[in-house]
Design a protein around this ligand. Structure first.
Ligand SMILES: C=CC1=C(C)c2cc3[nH]c(cc4nc(cc5[nH]c(cc1n2)c(C)c5CCC(=O)O)C(CCC(=O)O)=C4C)c(C)c3C=C
Ligand SMILES: [Fe+2]
Ligand SMILES: [Fe+2]
Length: 346
């Protein structure tokens, strides 16, 4: 019995008898609390002040961010979120699905009282800070971090891990940490994506001529400075083509969500869709193999805007394949990745 020995964590004390649990922390990108101007502004300010996302700094950037971007952008982004908002739960779909992924994984760990699955957002709530505290309060002295991004970028995985270590800096008794590696090339991931394409195509009463694999864009400068994101995106799409037996032209890699004046990765998703329609392609599908979870970038930018642009340019049929989300295939794949990272822990 060691219950009398107490170690200090942040402000609370943790009895040794309560330790020995493993926490699994799913980390996703973020979400505003609501779509009104103030909530959107708060969310975007946190997001766009992150030096891993926007590297500009100094008084000029401060003026641009506060004087221009944070005046207009909350309104336009709020309108976009309004189109996809989960009204039943009054939250963004990204939050709904991330919670559901965590719940499904917790269920898979079923009877194991020594495993706790939780989820957090890099921007907005539940914050990484709060959830790490919750896990340590529950007695998790080992935590497996799982940033839900198949391809690594400093702007996504990097900043999520930075945030975790910023929180650990404040703890006297830090939990032991592991993190799941980027899984852009994991056979279980490629298989789950390929199966989702096959299954979706089988539901259509038309034959897709081309499929676009749309990944989130990134400034070219980030890549030049060493971010491996583009290589990992290219690897995912090359492996998908191989798994599906598609030639290059049948599964095209494009990048979406370009913003600002700097040069971003190309070709652009919407421009490619329009170009295909103008070249006579009538039937198109789009998949987003960089997003583990449907979000504004897929539900608004692809399902609404890209489809619309393709149809207006002369296309006839266009359908977006859902992200892997909380599908059985997805949860099995995530569980495979988690299991291989938990070796020796449980
Ligand atoms: C302007 C800089 C941005 C970079 C660089 C960037 C990279 C990047 N983002 C994702 C994934 C997601 N981004 C999402 C929303 C979003 N992204 C930016 C800006 C950059 N992203 C903004 C301002 C926003 C907010 C919404 C908006 O105003 O458009 C989301 C969706 C969140 C949701 O709640 O649905 C995801 C997911 C990746 C993968 C990436 C680079 C690799
Ligand atoms: Fe983004
Ligand atoms: Fe974006």
């Amino acid at each position: 019995m060691q219950s009398s020995i107490h170690l200090k964590t942040n402000s609370k004390s943790l009895a040794l008898a309560d330790t020995g649990k493993t926490g699994i922390l799913l980390i996703n990108l973020g979400t505003p609390e609501a779509t009104d101007y103030r909530s959107m502004r708060r969310y975007l300010k946190q997001f766009l002040s992150d030096k891993r996302v926007v590297e500009s700094s100094g008084p000029v950037w401060w003026l641009v961010l506060n004087g221009i971007i944070l005046r207009k952008r909350p309104k336009t982004s709020g309108r976009a979120y309004d189109l996809i908002w989960n009204r039943e739960l009054d939250e963004s779909p990204l939050k709904t699905v991330t919670r559901s992924q965590a719940a499904a994984l917790a269920k898979m760990f079923g009877g194991k009282a020594n495993v706790v699955v939780d989820w957090a957002m890099r921007y907005g709530k539940p914050s990484i800070d709060d959830v790490l505290q919750r896990l340590t309060d529950k007695g998790c002295d080992r935590i497996l971090l799982f940033p839900l991004y198949p391809q690594y970028s400093g702007a996504t995985t990097g900043t999520a891990l930075d945030n975790v270590f910023d929180v650990l800096k404040t703890m006297r008794h830090q939990p032991t940490i592991r993190s799941v590696a980027p899984y852009y090339d994991h056979p279980a991931h490629i298989k789950a994506l390929a199966d989702s394409i096959r299954a979706h195509h089988a539901t259509l009463d038309w034959e897709p001529e081309v499929t676009i694999a749309s990944l989130h864009g990134l400034p070219v400068d980030f890549i030049k400075k060493g971010d491996p994101y583009q290589d990992q995106c290219e690897a995912t799409v090359a492996m998908l083509r191989e798994e599906l037996g598609f030639p290059d032209w049948k599964l095209l890699l494009t990048y979406q969500s370009r913003s600002g004046r700097t040069e971003w990765l190309t070709p652009d998703t919407e421009e490619t869709a329009v170009g295909l329609a103008r070249d006579g392609i009538k039937n198109l599908t789009i998949i987003a193999p960089g997003f583990a979870t449907d979000c504004i970038e897929t539900l608004e930018e692809l399902h609404i805007r890209a489809v619309d642009a393709f149809l207006k340019a002369g296309g006839v049929n266009c359908s977006v394949i859902p992200c892997l989300n909380d599908s059985t295939d997805s949860i099995n794949m995530l569980k495979t990745l988690i299991d291989s990272n938990l070796q020796g822990w449980i």
